[in-house]
Design a protein around this ligand. Structure first.
Ligand code: ADP
Ligand code: MG
Length: 657
């Protein structure tokens, strides 16, 4: 019985202390945690003082009066506060659960919880000064009087009622079970108190047993709380497994120490107590080796499963990384890590290239202060970080280790993701290029085969037109046919230009004269411009205008740009072609009076086959872009170039060396 009493007091002291430490480590305490802290403090006073007195009685024949007074003081303070704090705790929990709809309801409950203190505190003061000899440490509630017992019973009943209510409205099964266990534990305490009161002068042993039992009752919720918090982060306090191990270890050590003292006192007649103590304290060391061997398999398994657990964290992340989509990887891994490590928030922040600041610096720095940061490094360079916020308490050792493991492994996954992304992109590009090459070949063969018959038809028609006997109506129709043939052959030559990959011919030491090519092109387009009623202007400095490209290249560039300009410009407008030189380069500028290219289309006009015209090929600008690039020049398209209309294409080509 004495041992049970000792165990109960020790366990109570440690558990209450444990909860105080946990709550102090809790970052964002709510009122609930604060009240739980004070309730644990009161319990700690009660258990600690009882343990002190227990040890004193075991050690001294007559314990020193000061010591007893000290223990008594804290015992009384603890006991007096327990009923009020117990009720207050229920009220705060109800507040968390949003049960009070009006502030007044909560306030009146609070008043009810604390009002009896007004009566008890004045009673407590004389009690504290009483001679210590007659104190009943075993059932201290007896010393505080019947009124205290009634108060305690009342608050226990009220708490049980609240718990019943919480159990009924609990959101999940585990919380329901927890509250229900309290619904049973609290009335049992009430029955215990009643039993002591009614059987006051009955049987000393019965008295003793019941009082120990009563002292053990608070251990139930405190212990259940530890278990629940550890298993499913109840009350969002966070896992504190290391602290739990520490409490358990201390508890065992204290029990063993008590045993050592008992045994050494018992053997004191024959052996000096110090020697017995020394031997008994060394004994566990001797057992350590075999014990370790016994435990090795278990320890190993625990370590392996712990390692597995962390490694398993990475497996799905790696799998997603293999898809080569960074956004998907991010979208998956954040909630995954949060759930697996039971954290409040996890952000995977990736820095933009060469920029060591997080991209969203707009986040208030004070809210950032709540986060812990785990840098993600690749090849000695910070490429991002994990920003983590726990549910309140500081991060436990395991979570920390898990996060460190993740931040070590993530660069690999990110790299993999990037590589695969790059590979997919290259593959797509290659496929596109192959497609275009095949298309080019086909275009070349078709246009080649069409060009010759078309040429023959055109010649025959032209010869027929020279015959003066042809009636006027047939002449007009033949003219239309000839125009259509011209259009067709223009399209065919565009197709040919597109399929002809590069002019690999050397431009020669002197290149070609751009002005001459421009003149040629405009002479060909002269009729077209006349037909459309467009004025063509050419301006060039009186300089030799040599560019480092073969004349075919410049021809393709100028003809396509000029054709687009003519097609865009309405009748009465003008087409300007200017030549200009800057050191090392020539500029060919083609500007029209057309409507301009809408902003949304500007990024697409260079794509092959993109056209807005019913009879366009969509190849003109593609050919220009390609030729300019081949010649080592640059193409710039500005639209609108004249206030609200017009398009200006500027081609910059290098001078020959
Ligand atoms: P196509 O002339 O066969 O349509 P291009 O590659 O030459 O093909 O031009 C692509 C598109 O770019 C045209 O359909 C047209 O919408 C736009 N574009 C090109 N040049 C001009 C211009 N000078 N003015 C307005 N739009 C133009
Ligand atoms: Mg065109």
């Amino acid at each position: 019985m004495l041992y049970i009493q000792f165990i109960v007091f020790t366990a109570g002291t440690l558990l209450a202390f444990f909860w105080m430490v946990v709550i102090l480590g809790h970052r964002r305490q709510r009122n609930f945690e604060r009240i739980l802290f004070f309730l644990c403090l009161a319990l700690f006073f009660f258990y600690g003082a009882s343990l002190l007195e227990f040890n004193a009685q075991a050690y001294f024949a007559a314990p020193p009066a000061d010591l007893e007074l000290f223990a008594w003081f804290f015992l009384c303070v603890g006991l007096t506060l327990i009923p009020a704090l117990l009720l207050h705790l229920q009220i705060e929990y109800a507040a968390i659960r949003n049960i009070f709809h009006r502030r007044a309801a909560k306030l009146s409950w609070l008043v009810a919880a604390y009002a009896p203190l007004l009566y008890f505190v004045p009673h407590l003061v004389p009690l504290l000064r009483r001679s210590t000899a007659s104190f009943d440490f075993l059932t201290p509630a007896n010393e505080l009087g019947l009124a205290y017992k009634i108060w305690l019973v009342a608050s226990l009943v009220a708490a049980a009622a609240w718990q019943w209510f919480f159990a009924a409205s609990a959101p999940d099964q585990q919380q329901k079970r927890f509250h229900r266990s309290l619904v049973y534990a609290l009335p049992i305490a009430v029955i215990g108190i009643g039993a002591i009161q009614l059987a006051a002068d009955f049987n000393a042993d019965f008295h003793f047993g019941v009082s120990i039992f009563l002292a053990a009752v608070p251990l139930v919720p405190l212990g259940a709380l530890v278990r629940n918090v550890q298993r499913f982060n109840f009350l969002q306090i966070g896992r504190q497994r290391n602290l739990i191990y520490a409490v358990f270890g201390t508890f065992l050590a204290l029990l063993y120490l008590a045993l050592v003292r008992r045994v050494s006192l018992w053997l004191a007649k024959g052996i000096p107590p110090e020697s017995t103590a020394a031997i008994l304290l060394f004994l566990p060391v001797a057992f350590f080796e075999p014990l370790q061997r016994l435990l090795r398999a278990t320890l190993r398994q625990a370590a392996v499963s712990e390692m597995d657990r962390t490694q398993r964290l990475m497996v799905p992340i790696q799998e997603i990384a293999r898809l080569g989509d960074l956004a998907k990887l991010q979208a998956f891994s954040e909630p995954w890590m949060r759930e697996q490590l039971q954290l409040a928030e996890v952000h995977l922040v990736l820095y933009q290239n060469d920029e060591n600041l997080p991209p969203n610096t707009a986040t208030a720095s004070e809210s950032l202060a709540n986060f812990e940061h785990f840098p993600i490094q690749h090849a000695g360079r910070s490429i991002g970080e994990l920003r983590v916020r726990s549910h309140g308490a500081m991060l436990s050792g395991e979570t920390l280790a898990g996060l460190e493991y993740l931040s070590e492994q993530l660069p690999g996954a990110l790299d993999l993701c990037r590589l695969i992304d790059e590979k997919l992109r290259l593959e797509r590009e290659l496929a596109e290029r192959e497609r275009l090459a095949a298309l080019g070949q086909m275009a070349a063969s078709i246009s080649h085969n069409l060009k010759n018959p078309l040429g023959s038809i055109k010649t025959i028609l032209q010869v027929q037109m020279e015959n003066g006997e042809v009636p006027a109506s047939v002449r007009a129709e033949t003219n239309m046919v000839l125009q259509e043939i011209n259009r067709l052959s223009a399209t065919l030559s565009q197709l040919l230009q597109f399929s002809r990959p590069t002019f690999l011919g050397e431009p020669g030491a002197t290149g070609c004269d751009a002005l001459q090519v421009v003149d040629e092109v405009l002479r060909v387009l002269h009729h077209e411009a006349l037909r459309r009623g467009i004025t063509v202007r050419v301006s060039a400095p009186m300089l030799p205008f040599r560019v480092a490209a073969v004349s075919d290249t410049v021809h393709d560039i100028v003809s396509n740009l000029a054709l687009n300009a003519l097609e865009a410009t309405p009748a009465g407008g003008s087409l300007d072609v200017r030549l200009d030189t800057v050191p090392g380069f020539c500029k060919i500028i083609v500007e029209d009076d057309g409507p301009g290219i809408p902003q949304v289309l500007q990024s697409r006009v260079l794509q092959p086959f993109f056209t807005t015209k019913t009879q366009g090929t969509g190849l003109g600008l593609t050919i220009v872009d390609r030729r300019v690039a081949e010649a080592g020049g640059a193409l710039e398209i500005r639209s609108p170039s004249k206030n609200d209309h017009g398009t200006r294409c500027v081609v910059t080509l290098p001078h020959p060396p």
